[in-house]
Design a protein around this ligand. Structure first.
Ligand code: NDP
Length: 285
């Protein structure tokens, strides 16, 4: 008899549609490199099946799961505990299962923060965020909790930017401002970090948010949440203006690393995960 175990630890993702989500390839590359016997199952879960999918994960003793569109808010009703920033953000994308109890976290903003910290510490910084959707909200909350001094949220729908600014004011010491984004956005002088948290640029290397290119140089660092293609037109223009740039691939990889730490207590290597994604994204060109 061999003492080898043929039972892999189970993790995965619940979303719909899910076929274009490459997270499974990134996570399984990370697990393999770390020598962890775990699987990451990419599941297409329709909204009406979320409760059954969660019950299934519990019944099969999964270690945890990610959830993406459209489940990030709905999943909260099924959890036993919520991490602090997930509570403030009001959305969960990573769930740990321990002894049948579910704890919700949000790694969207934490992944961005980990990526940003490779180049600068957010404490005391002046930050401008373009967009006010789920990614912008998660990033803004994490930056505020990390001690950013000023955060301005610019969005074409001003009510969403105002809602995030209010949330930051109520839950942190940051000085938060909301702006209506109309026409070409002029980056204010003295900006430490400009972040594109809109969906502009996803799958289109020539798409760029309406920003006055010559004002990009007012930002020391320009970051983009778009993981594919990683070198967006915004980042190319920012580089040409002398800014330091940060791509969305780093945010995605760091989310995977933080998720594996929460769900499996494992440390994954970023290199193999980044390489896997970069190869996949190049193959899609
Ligand atoms: P949402 O749909 O919640 O928000 C989209 C935002 O983009 C809104 O603020 C919207 O403005 C704005 N927007 C979209 N089109 C335009 C336009 N033409 N002009 C001006 N503003 C526009 O999406 P998410 O926040 O969930 O995701 C945003 C992006 O972040 C996605 O592309 C996603 O792939 C990426 N992402 C990357 C991650 C990573 O790890 N790298 C993780 C999570 C997300 P309005 O409110 O006015 O509609």
């Amino acid at each position: 008899m061999t003492d080898r175990s043929f039972r892999s630890t189970l993790t995965g993702s619940f979303s719909t549609p899910c076929a274009k989500n490459p997270t499974v390839a990134m996570m399984e590359a990370g697990y393999a490199k770390a020598g962890i016997d775990a699987r990451y199952i990419n599941c297409d879960v329709k909204p009406e099946n979320l409760a059954a999918a969660i019950a299934g994960a519990k019944a099969m003793e999964w270690a945890g799961f990610n959830c993406s569109i459209p489940h990030k808010i709905a999943v909260i009703d099924h959890l036993d505990n919520l991490a602090e920033s997930a509570k403030i953000i009001g959305a969960v994308n990573c769930v740990q299962i321990r002894d049948g109890k579910l704890t919700g976290n949000n790694t969207d903003g934490k992944g961005f923060l980990a990526s940003l910290r490779k180049v600068t510490e957010p404490k005391g910084k002046t930050i401008v965020i373009l967009g006010a959707g789920g990614a912008a909200r998660a990033i803004a909350v994490e930056l505020a909790l990390a001690g950013a001094a000023r955060i301005t949220i610019a969005n074409r729908s001003p009510d969403k930017a105002q809602a995030i600014a209010r949330l930051l004011t109520e839950n942190s010491k940051v000085e938060a401002h909301a702006m209506t984004w109309e026409g070409e956005f002029v980056v204010p002088e003295g900006t430490d970090v400009l972040i594109n948290a809109t969906s502009i640029g996803l799958g289109d290397a020539e798409a760029i948010p309406a920003v006055k290119i010559s004002s990009l140089g007012h930002a020391a660092i320009v970051a983009d949440v778009i993981p594919n293609p990683p070198m967006t037109k915004l980042l190319r223009e920012a580089k040409a203006q002398g800014c330091q740039t940060l791509d969305g691939l780093g945010m995605l990889v760091n989310q995977g690393i933080i998720g594996a730490e929460l769900v499996l207590g494992a440390k994954l290597s970023p290199d193999v995960m980044e390489k896997t994604l970069a190869t996949l994204f190049r193959a899609q060109d």
